[in-house]
Design a binder for this molecule. Structure first.
Ligand SMILES: Nc1nc2c(ncn2[C@@H]2O[C@H](COP(=O)(O)OP(=O)(O)O)[C@@H](O)[C@H]2O)c(=O)[nH]1
Ligand SMILES: Nc1ncnc2c1ncn2[C@@H]1O[C@H](COP(=O)(O)OP(=O)(O)O)[C@@H](O)[C@H]1O
Length: 211
């Protein structure tokens, strides 16, 4: 499980989309995005079921109360949560799962599955650039942008709960660094499947060619 968090506008959605596209080009189906449920209104560019499952408050609360969410939180005055089933299915089938969730949700995932979770916190190069990106994205009203900027102060404080920090100045560089994190994490001995079998085969082969 690879988690990206950041204050709104730092670039985590852009980075997750690029990562999914590139990874699935190289190894189709290996990395899956966890599509969250939310009560926030849909943005113009968003598609139901692709970017989020857009629910009303009652629908969300029913999912939460039936324990169908792996984690959930209230962010910027709306509910957000991770549907449990798709994540469990992907993991059981050996796929990696990418999450774009906030620090509250990250804490809940870590409490449940610490050994399997890698966390990345994305920071903007400056506060002014954070504001400019929110304005340039042109998806939210001035009031919504103001609220997100105000909440960024609280979110910044959680940087030290994450494994990796990406200061997202140049998008290409940040993307390359994110891929490096994923590659290195996949190469960790404890995360590699069937390694014992592989080394066993190497030993057998070695014996057969050793005089
Ligand atoms: N805990 C939790 N946070 C989420 C989830 N989905 C999205 N978020 C976070 O909610 C915040 C707002 O997301 P969004 O409304 O898409 O705005 P954006 O960050 O400005 O693109 C971001 O910090 C997301 O990472 C989720 O399923 N659980
Ligand atoms: N490194 C970067 N340099 C300049 N603009 C960026 C960079 N990364 C993201 N952006 C732009 O900033 C805006 C916010 O990015 P987004 O990925 O939506 O942020 P978040 O998901 O963290 O709220 C978008 O318009 C995006 O195209």
């Amino acid at each position: 499980m690879l988690v990206l968090s950041s204050p709104s506008g730092a670039g985590k959605t852009t980075l997750t989309r690029n990562l999914l596209e590139q990874e699935n080009k190289d190894d189709p189906g290996k990395l899956e995005l966890s599509v969250s449920a939310t009560t926030r209104p849909k943005r113009q560019s968003e598609i139901e079921g692709v970017h989020y499952h857009f629910l009303d408050k009652g629908q969300f609360e029913r999912m939460r109360d039936r324990d169908e969410l792996l984690e959930w939180a209230e962010v910027h005055g709306n509910y957000y949560g991770t549907p449990r089933d798709p994540v469990e299915k992907a993991l059981s089938e050996g796929r990696d799962v990418l999450f774009d969730i906030d620090w509250q949700g990250t804490r809940q995932l870590l409490d449940k599955m610490r050994d399997d979770v890698v966390t990345v916190f994305v920071l903007p190069p400056s506060a002014q650039e954070l504001k400019s990106r929110l304005v340039r994205r042109a998806e939210d009203s001035d009031a919504v942008i103001a609220k997100r900027l105000k909440n960024a102060a609280e979110e910044f404080l959680h940087w030290n709960e994450y494994d990796y920090i990406l200061v997202n100045r140049d998008l290409n560089k940040s993307f390359a660094r994110l891929r490096a994190i994923l590659t290195a994490e996949r190469l960790k001995r404890v995360k590699m499947r069937n390694l014992e079998d592989f080394v066993g085969k190497l030993l057998t082969e070695l014996k057969s060619i050793t005089p």
